[in-house]
Design a protein around this ligand. Structure first.
Ligand code: GFB
Length: 325
């Protein structure tokens, strides 16, 4: 990426987008364009076309998406498939139409089958059925992966897809209905401590395992890939080009129970964990195989405990309304 190149970060206020902004600024990139949702609705085809035609960005980080935890995915199924398909269709197509030099599309490891062998390699995509709770979101993200690959093949573009594991960090969504598990547990455990409760409710059985990566590590990987990797570097088999996306993760997972124990310790809550089996568990295990990314020369830095401490400190500073207010 050229230091003076014009970079469009779509979704700059989100968990990953804000971390990408921070990383780009630290690295001396200054020609960054951003738009809030009220300034540019990425779902709107005409608005996105007009934006690209007038701004002509050279590089695009596509971190804008409708995202959420297991309950949000399962409840707002139509919104998740519609908004994600629209956003990515508009941004990817307009990037091609306006000669964007390089685009990074952010997917998710939920694109892999529910029963995928562990750890999950890039080539397990579309090998068997998906997890039901997030199928609409996963289908949208799979379409994005295939769109990038197809534009590369047909139009010679340089669009790369990355599949991050479960992410967390500053600027996360702490809303208890729509958030991912890690921010939800930080908030629940903190509020239980403040109220002096004897226990805290954890959804599901506590047995599913998840892999968590700090958003700033994710941003570092995204910038690393944009700076150093070309789509053609990812093509192994010249006869049938597929599965050129890259997993981004730590390669380590823990159970939801263990995560809750860790958060209890960080927050300093001494009550009990009460598991609620009426809430869904989702996929039992989804650990990413990160060998492709390691071979490309990137590794994560932030261990889970350190990342949880930083996220909790930021949560406290953000002054999230406490119980009863
Ligand atoms: O992060 P999460 O909501 O989504 O984690 P997924 C869900 C797991 O945490 C389930 C348990 O096993 C839940 O039963 N859990 C326990 C809780 N307590 C809570 C809680 O208070 N809130 C939440 N949210 N979960 C998402 C996908 O799957 O992963 C997305 O839905 C995306 O599409 C994302 O791919 C990375 O890890 O199951």
């Amino acid at each position: 990426m050229n230091k003076n190149g014009k970079i469009f970060v779509a979704g700059h206020r989100g968990l990953v987008g804000s971390a990408i902004m921070k990383k780009l600024t630290e690295k001396g990139y200054s020609n960054i364009i951003i738009r809030t949702r009220s300034e540019l609705d990425l779902v709107n085809q005409d608005a996105v076309a007009a934006f690209f035609a007038s701004e002509k960005p050279h590089y695009v980080f596509l971190a804008a998406a409708r995202v959420g935890g297991i309950m949000a995915n399962n409840t707002y199924r139509a919104d998740f498939i519609y908004e994600n398909l629209m956003i990515q269709n508009n941004v990817i197509h307009q990037s091609y139409m306006n000669d964007v030099k390089k685009l990074l599309f952010l997917g998710s490891t939920c694109i892999y089958p529910k029963e995928a062998p562990q750890p999950m390699k890039e080539e397990y995509l579309l090998a068997s059925p998906l997890e039901y709770t997030n199928e609409p979101y996963a289908i949208a993200k799979i379409a994005g992966v295939k769109m990038c690959e197809s534009y590369n093949l047909q139009h010679g573009t340089n669009f790369i897809s990355v599949m991050p594991t479960n992410l967390y960090g500053p600027n996360d969504n702490f809303d208890l209905e729509t958030s991912h598990v890690l921010p939800a547990l930080i908030r629940k455990v903190h509020e239980a401590k403040e109220r002096g409760d004897a226990s805290v409710e954890i959804w599901g059985s506590g047995k599913p395992k998840r892999e968590f990566m700090y958003s700033e590590d994710m941003a570092d990987a995204c910038v690393f890939i944009m700076e150093r990797i070309d789509f053609r570097d990812l093509v192994k088999d010249k006869t049938e080009i597929r599965n050129t996306h890259i997993n981004i993760g730590t390669g380590k997972d823990i159970s939801i129970r263990e995560l809750a124990e860790l958060i209890k310790e960080v927050v300093g809550f001494e009550g009990e964990l009460k598991f609620n089996p009426s809430k869904p568990d989702g996929t039992m295990v989804k650990l990413t195989d990160v060998s492709k990314l390691s071979e490309l020369g990137w590794q994560y830095k932030t261990e889970l405990e350190e990342g949880v401490v930083c996220t909790y400190n930021r949560f406290l500073k953000q002054n999230v309304p406490s119980v009863g207010s």
